[in-house]
Each structure stands twice: as C-alpha cells, then as structure tokens.
Write a protein that binds this ligand. Structure first.
Ligand code: UFG
Length: 337
C-alpha cells in the first residue's frame, strides 16, 4: 500500500511527502524535475524515515503513468504536479493547459483502470478571482483570471464530473499562500530563476542578494493600503493533505473543494515587519504601481476544513518567517548548495 505523490519533489509536494511518511505511509514520488530537485527527495527520505520510491517521468506521458501503477502498490494519490506561474501562464496559455490538464487526465484514467479511488488534488484560492465577500467560503462564486487559474478551475470541474459517475472520491484543496519551510532547514522553496512570490523575494533582500523589495501598491482598501493575503505555513498545508487522505480512507464519498488557509489576512507591509523580526535585516522597500491582476485582499473561511478534515493551521506568521529564513540562510542557492 503506497501513496503516489505526483510532483512530490516540488515545494509543497516534498513537505507533504515528509508528512505522509511520518504518518506511516509508503510514498512513491513521481516528478520530472522541471521545477524541482532530486535533493528534495533525498531530504524527504532523511526527514520522514519512510520508504520513498522515486520515478522520474513526465505525468503527461500516459504510458509512463500506467507503468507506475503496474510497478507500485498504489492505493491513493496526491496530485501536485503543475506549472504554477500566473504571469507565465498569460504568455504561454497552451503550455499551461496542455501540462496541467494532460497530467490530471492521465492520472485519473490510470486510477480508474487500477481501482484506485482516493485523490487529493492541489487547487488554489485563485479560483475565486476577485472575491465579493470575506472571508471567502467554498460556496463563493468562482472565476479565475489567468490561464493558470483556469487550469485549476477546470481541474476541479473534471474531477467533480468523474466522481459523479465513477468510483472516485476526491478532496480538492484550495491553497491560500503557502510560505515557510521545514523547521530542519533542509527542505524549502527553491524557485527557478527569479522568484514570482513575495516571501522568496523578501528573503532575497534579507540575505543581501537583492537590494530592495518592490511593494506593488499602497492604495488598496486594506488595513495599510498594501495587498492582504492568507499566508499559510507549508508544514500546516502538508498536514492538511494527510488529514484529507485519512478522511477519504475513512469512507468519504464524492468530490469536495476545501479551503486551506489560516483564516487571517496579513498585509505586505505587516509581512515585511514579521520578516524583519525573524531575520534582523532592514529589508528596504519601495512602493510601486499595483501589479496587474492582483486582488486587494483575500483570506479563507476555515470552518469546512475544521469540520470535515478536523484540521486547522497551528503556525503563525512569525513561525513562517523564521522557518523560511532558516532555510534561505542555509541554502541561499536553494538545492544547488
Ligand atoms: N507582492 C509585492 N511585491 C512583490 C511580490 C508580491 O508587493 O515583489 C505582493 C502582491 O501584490 C500581493 C502579495 O505580495 O499583494 C502576495 O503576492 P504573491 O505573488 O506572493 O502571491 P499571490 O497572492 O499573487 O499569488 C498566489 C499564488 C498563485 C495564485 C494566487 C491566487 O502564488 O499561485 O495566489 O490569487 F494563483
């Protein structure tokens, strides 16, 4: 009995693989290492102490996916593997639709062919677009605003349609903003090229690789004018996946989307203050134009996660910054050093 972790060498996938191993599951990581490192898999093995098999392949290759199911005793699947850069998806929509949807379709077909019916799928709060009311609940209107976001929305729709007519049960976890790193400092986020997200950029400024941070707008209708997000520690997020698989193993039937956030919003300026506390660095910043496509504020309603998964986040913004900094300080070049 093993759990297939598709994209298990990536940032969230690797932390989840550790949590699954710690929870006593055998793990089969499938990854093509396009945006991830073999060293993350080494770290997962050390940290989890579990049996961790690795298959290097592209999940868009249906034959290769079928071989994984033939060669390993897979009983459940967690699917992370996807392209995830919002701006890149606007320029390369076909690459995003092809990669993010093909990998999901191939996995679902292989699961049905092999009688595997428990799926936890990575979704995103991006499916809410500009939320009308906060905190945003799972029943809020949906409408993603980038090709990336639409692959997440379509993924949820595909899974829901399949679960309605086939023996397949799924938890689609809508992540808010994952940050932080494993407290050991040996597993963390390792962006290719220039980071897209706020916290990796803040950490690059803290360690002197970047002179200043750009704050995208200070005239939003928020506590201090800067954008507000629901940042969640990646280890809390990893634990939500274990809880979701346990609920599926306990007999949950159907497909459901569940927010995974803390329920609290933090502004960009508040996050910079937290990063200053954690790092002791000055973190200079300049206020710039708003970034196209950004929402002013979003944070999660967390009652469904608490009620259905019995899960809630336990780590606060100071924990997130301290752990992210611990990783960044020891691995300024990610897994390359
Ligand atoms: N920000 C800055 N300066 C930067 C980078 C970001 O001020 O250099 C601000 C943004 O404007 C935003 C906040 O920091 O207010 C967070 O931005 P991120 O890029 O870290 O995260 P987003 O909320 O934009 O993106 C996240 C995920 C996406 C997902 C999206 C849904 O990374 O995958 O949420 O809204 F699609």
């Amino acid at each position: 009995m093993a759990v297939l972790v598709a994209g298990g060498a990536g940032y969230i996938g690797s932390h989840t693989a550790v949590a699954l191993g710690e929870a006593g599951r055998d793990v089969v990581i499938v990854d093509n290492f396009v945006n991830s490192s073999r060293r993350a898999v080494d770290a997962v093995r050390v940290l989890s102490g579990a049996e961790v098999a690795l298959v290097e392949t592209d999940l868009c290759d249906g034959d290769a996916v079928r071989r994984v199911f033939a060669q390993h005793p897979i009983t459940e699947v967690v699917h992370f593997a996807a392209h995830k850069a919002v701006a890149e998806s606007v320029g390369e929509p076909l690459a995003y639709y092809r990669n993010n949807l093909d990998s999901l379709l191939g996995l679902l077909e292989a699961m049905l062919d092999n009688g595997v019916h428990r799926l936890v799928h990575s979704s995103s709060c991006t499916v809410y677009g500009q939320p009308e009311a906060l905190p945003v609940s799972e029943s809020a209107p949906l409408g993603a605003e980038s090709p990336y976001g639409r692959t997440k929305l379509m993924g949820e729709q595909i899974i829901t349609d399949v679960c309605a007519v086939r023996p397949m049960d799924a938890m689609m976890l809508r992540y808010f903003n994952p940050v932080g790193a494993h407290p050991s400092g040996t597993l963390g986020e390792d962006p290719n090229d220039v980071p897209n997200n706020l916290v990796p950029l803040v950490m690059e400024v803290a360690c002197g690789r970047r002179e200043t941070l750009q704050v995208f707008g200070d005239d939003y209708d928020t506590v201090d004018g800067s954008g507000v997000r629901d940042y969640i520690h990646v280890v809390d997020l990893a634990e939500a996946h274990v809880a979701a698989l346990d609920v599926l193993a306990g007999g949950y039937r159907g497909a459901v989307a569940v927010n995974v956030g803390t329920g609290a919003g933090t502004s960009v300026l508040e996050l910079i203050e937290a990063a200053r506390r954690a790092t002791g660095a000055a973190i200079p910043f300049e206020v710039c134009e708003r970034r196209a496509g950004d929402v002013a504020k979003i944070w999660a309603a967390t009652d469904l996660a608490a009620g259905l998964l019995g899960w809630q986040a336990t780590r606060n913004i100071d924990d997130m910054m301290a752990d992210h900094w611990h990783w960044q300080r020891h691995h300024p070049d990610g897994y390359r050093r």
